[in-house]
Every structure is written in structure tokens, then in C-alpha cells.
Design a protein around this ligand. Structure first.
Ligand code: NDP
Length: 279
């Protein structure tokens, strides 16, 4: 790295590791981009200082992971459309000297989904109402899906997402309390798991859903990155459904972040290979 290399990175709280670093750096290297991606462990109390530091050092952008996705907004100069709707930012971009907050979580998911099915006009059942579900629901709504059913244990969280979708987008949303085995309605076209069920190390956990209610025509997607092949996806595949794994989502959002920061469209195959090596 020479002195003029451009700095990008991630503000996350102390974690066991950040596979995004290896994936993004692999793309920079492959394409000969004179950029670096640094993972910085930032405690919530230090977030304002960290953003000031990034400004002082002319970072061209950075990712924010939990718990900074909402708090960071007050330190930025503006927001992209979906980030404003969601009230959450995972990717900050330096544009004309201003830090603009974007949300690439849902956009990355949408790109993966679109490789298999066009969501416009479709009925979607979305399991979960946390950060990932919120990002996915807003992007699906902006893509003009016909109906989104938010299926969640916590009623308040689920209804707050439904209210957001109904008040701020043209898509119709409804809430289904998840307190028993979920039967997927016969008019559902796309089923998405946006909960953390099935994520390592709890890979044997089963989602409380009636697998027999999923028809072969339904496209089934999962946000879990590790392992990419969850029990839900295995079950769906055995029923003949098309499936979409969480790896595509995480790779596509990194591709988009790099495009925002560097202007370059990088090769997702290189990133997927490196991600699988480090997972
Ligand atoms: P949150 O903590 O914000 O939300 C978790 C959601 O999962 C909530 O809706 C919660 O329900 C639900 N949930 C958790 N356990 C259960 C359970 N046993 N039964 C029913 N519902 C449950 O997390 P995030 O939304 O940030 O992340 C969710 C998953 O998405 C994680 O595994 C994360 O790694 C993954 N992710 C993947 C990305 C990718 O690029 N592939 C990007 C971002 C996240 P309740 O509200 O009732 O508590």
C-alpha cells in the first residue's frame, strides 16, 4: 500500500472476525484497485469520533454493522432512498465531500433473488422482522411486489414493519403472528427466511414451518451465510423449489459497496471463492 491508497472499511463492534475484509480485499487485488478495506472495532460510545476520524483521513466510505446502523445516521450528511425509509445505514459513501448513508443489505438480496425470479407483482411471505427483514421488505416493496406478509414472534416488531411498508410504499403488507407452525398460504410465490434460525453454530435448528405447505413453484430464499445450505433450503430443494442462499446477498452488497466507493464493478466470482475459503 502506498501513501495515496484510498481507504475504505468497516465500523463494527469487537467480533470473532469479519469475512468481508478478505472478500473485499480479494476484489481490490484482483482488479488492481489502489484501495484498502480495514475492519475497525468501534464501541458505541466512540462512533461519533470514528466518523470524524474517517472524515479527517478522507476515507471514501465504510460499512457499519450492528449496533451502529441506526446511530450512525446523526453523524452523516444525507441518506439514500431506501436507507431513509428503513432508518438504517450499512454503507456510507463519500459523494462531493459529503457522507451519504446507503443500505445495501436489501439491494444485495434483491439482486440474488432476481437471478431466479422477478419479484414484481408477486406475493411474499417474509419470516422475521429484524434488521435484515426490514431491509429486504423495503427493497421488495420498492420493487412493487403485490403483497408482503411479515411473519414474526414479536408482534410489536412485526407490526411496526407492516406499518412502515403500508404507509411509505405502494405494496400491501400484513402481519401474521408466529406462535405456532406456520402454514405457507397457497398463493405465496416467494418465501424468505430473514431470521437467524439455522446460523452456525446452531445449524440443526429447525424453522417452525409446515414444510408440506411449500409448493414446488415457490422460490425459497434464506439470508443465512454460514452455512449457506440451511435445513430450510435443503427441504425446499427436495420439494423441487428453486432456492436462493445468503452468500449471494452478502457478496452482492459488497459488490455494490465497492461500486459506490471506487466506481468499479468487480467480479463476484473472485469474492465468492475467497469468502468460502475464510468461512
Ligand atoms: P435481528 O436480531 O435484528 O433479528 C432477528 C430476527 O430473527 C427477529 O425477527 C427475531 O424474531 C427472529 N428470530 C430469531 N430467533 C428466532 C426463533 N427461534 N424463532 C422465531 N424467530 C426468531 O437480526 P438481523 O435481522 O440483523 O439478522 C438476521 C439474520 O440475517 C442473521 O443470521 C444475519 O447473519 C443474517 N444476515 C445476513 C446478511 C447477508 O448478507 N446474507 C445480511 C444481514 C443479516 P423476534 O423479533 O420475534 O425476536
Amino acid at each position: 500500500m502506498n501513501f495515496l491508497s484510498k481507504i475504505t472499511g468497516s465500523f463494527s463492534t469487537p467480533s470473532a472476525g469479519n469475512p468481508t475484509v478478505a472478500m473485499v480485499e480479494a476484489a481490490y487485488k484482483h482488479h488492481g484497485l489502489d484501495f484498502r478495506y480495514l475492519n475497525c472495532e468501534v464501541l458505541p460510545k466512540d462512533l461519533a469520533a470514528a466518523v470524524m476520524g474517517a472524515r479527517a483521513m478522507n476515507w471514501v466510505g465504510f460499512n457499519c454493522s450492528l449496533p451502529h446502523k441506526v446511530e450512525v445516521i446523526q453523524y452523516l450528511d444525507g441518506l439514500g432512498e431506501s436507507a431513509a425509509l428503513m432508518g438504517a445505514v450499512n454503507c456510507v459513501v463519500l459523494r462531493d465531500g459529503k457522507y451519504i448513508g446507503e443500505n445495501t443489505d436489501g439491494k444485495g438480496f434483491l439482486q440474488s433473488l432476481k437471478a431466479v425470479v422477478s419479484p414484481s407483482g408477486k406475493n411474499v411471505a417474509l419470516l422475521g422482522a429484524g434488521g435484515a427483514a426490514r431491509a429486504i421488505a423495503v427493497e421488495l416493496a420498492l420493487e412493487n411486489v403485490s403483497r408482503i406478509t411479515i411473519v414474526n414472534r414479536d408482534q410489536k416488531r412485526g407490526e411496526s414493519l407492516v406499518d412502515l411498508l403500508n404507509s411509505k410504499t405502494k405494496s400491501k403488507a400484513e402481519f401474521k403472528l408466529w406462535n405456532s407452525k406456520y402454514e405457507v398460504p397457497s398463493d405465496v410465490d416467494i418465501l424468505v427466511n430473514a431470521t437467524s434460525i439455522g446460523m452456525a453454530p446452531d445449524i440443526d435448528a429447525r424453522i417452525n414451518i409446515d414444510i408440506n405447505s411449500i409448493k414446488a413453484e415457490v422460490v425459497v430464499a434464506d439470508v443465512i451465510v454460514n452455512p449457506p445450505m440451511t435445513n430450510l433450503l435443503k427441504d425446499a430443494q427436495s420439494k423441487g423449489c428453486k432456492i436462493v442462499d445468503g452468500l449471494g446477498m452478502v457478496i452482492n452488497q459488497a459488490v455494490l459497496g465497492i461500486k459506490y466507493w471506487t466506481g468499479e464493478v468487480v467480479d463476484p466470482v473472485v469474492m465468492r471463492k475467497r469468502l468460502l475459503e475464510v468461512l
